[in-house]
Design a binder for this molecule. Structure first.
Ligand SMILES: C[S@@+](CC[C@H](N)C(=O)[O-])C[C@H]1O[C@@H](n2cnc3c(N)ncnc32)[C@H](O)[C@@H]1O
Length: 236
């Protein structure tokens, strides 16, 4: 319809970026902020966040350490700037798509993606690259809305073509968790949510900790540090 560099698209991106925090505020208060902070407790070592947007996760990181905070959208990154430097957390902003991560293999201990994988152009390519830049056994932390079942799923399929044009590429109907598993990650924690107040078309939401190519390389004790699937609601 419109070229992605057209003035109309740029204006739309700026508008979405300027409304994003306000639009999410009711969900943040009722559910999302707490989930973000619970998930980010699993961060360790050198961290990369992809599709970080306006920086809603930043307040949940431990106050020290190093974080590369990336997003391809200059309007989103600009909104994140006031949140970037706090405490002793050293944050390096980076404008890039998750499809084009400019890092050597096995650079990071943790990669974080929240509400991002619905929007990337090449989901499997992104997951492959996340696996590449993570060290073996490194942690991929995610919160993502995915395709539902039954009637809701059929509506998600019908509406995604128009919705993705309005919502900067967001797909309502991706089976993201299966893609994460197919990319070779081991799901050490997985929770399914139906967050209060969230439109049904953007449900269910999964949060999880996936370990990179872990099955052959991790020691047993390392697995045991995670509660197993099912402990908190599980993958139904
Ligand atoms: C719904 S927002 C989520 C922002 C933030 N992660 C959060 O939890 O609030 C989706 C973000 O994904 C980014 N995005 C879109 N396509 C992307 C891609 N190919 N690679 C990385 N990020 C992308 C957008 O710019 C946007 O900031």
């Amino acid at each position: 319809m419109f070229h992605r560099d057209s003035p109309f698209v740029n204006l739309w991106h700026r508008l979405v970026a300027s409304c994003y925090d306000r639009a999410l505020a009711p969900f943040e208060e009722r559910w999302l902020r707490q989930k973000r902070c619970e998930l980010l407790q699993w961060c360790q070592g050198q961290v990369l966040e992809i599709g970080g947007g306006t920086g809603a996760n930043l307040e949940c990181y431990a106050e020290s350490g190093r974080l590369i905070f990336s997003d391809p959208d200059s309007a989103m990154l600009a909104k994140s700037l006031p949140r970037l430097n706090r405490g002793r957390l050293a944050v390096q902003p980076l404008q890039c798509r998750a499809e084009d991560l400019p890092f050597k293999s096995q650079t990071f201990d943790t990669v974080v993606a929240t509400l991002v994988l619905c929007s990337v152009c090449n989901l499997d390519g992104v997951l492959r690259d996340v696996a590449r830049v993570l060290r073996r056994g490194g942690r991929f932390l995610f919160i993502e809305h995915v395709r539902a079942e039954g009637k809701v799923a059929r509506w998600q399929d019908r509406l995604t073509p128009i919705w993705s044009r309005l919502a900067l590429g967001c797909h309502l109907n991706r089976n993201t968790v299966s893609h994460i598993q197919n990319a070779g990650f081991h799901l050490a924690r997985l929770e399914r949510h139906h967050p209060p107040g969230m439109p049904r078309l953007a449900q269910p939401v999964y949060s999880g900790v996936a370990l990179n190519r872990a099955s052959h390389s991790l020691r047993k004790e390392e697995f045991e540090r995670f509660d197993n699937i099912g402990a908190q609601g599980g993958h139904r």
